[in-house]
Ligand binder design. Structure first.
Ligand SMILES: [Fe+2]
Length: 131
């Protein structure tokens, strides 16, 4: 399961809480991946992806507003990464798993992408904001 580790903390409460919520979405995807008795996971993954897209936009808007409020120097590189991530989530092709008998492969791919991105982005960029 994915959880916030001490090294992921920015020590900005709102940002840390929102990062925790993003990890919770990763955990929902993980749980879905390991559900053996759902024959068709399309509706479930579409539901989680929809919520993840909305929440991600809210989180990035909050984080960017905070960075602006402190006139943070690396705001631009943050925005570039945020926009690329939103784009990737928007483009995620769920049609390919509708009716597929290999849905778990796509769900695993989504989970890997999400957790890799989150961990790298938080460790390399977001933890700098609090410093
Ligand atoms: Fe960020």
């Amino acid at each position: 399961m994915y959880e916030m580790k001490p090294e992921y903390l920015t020590n900005i409460p709102l940002i840390d809480e929102e990062h925790q919520q993003l990890f919770d979405y990763a955990n929902q995807i993980y749980d879905l991946l390991h559900q053996e008795f759902i024959a068709d996971k399309y509706d479930n993954i579409a539901d989680i992806l929809g919520k993840l897209r909305d929440y991600t936009k809210k989180h990035f808007a909050d984080e960017e507003a905070y960075m602006e409020s402190i006139q943070y120097k690396r705001l631009f590189s943050q925005k570039v990464q945020h926009n690329a991530f939103i784009q990737k989530l928007e483009e995620w092709d769920l049609e390919s798993i509708d009716g597929s008998d290999n849905q778990d492969a796509t769900i695993q791919e989504m989970l890997n992408f999400l957790t890799d991105w989150l961990i790298h982005h938080i460790l390399e960029l977001d933890t700098q904001i609090g410093k």
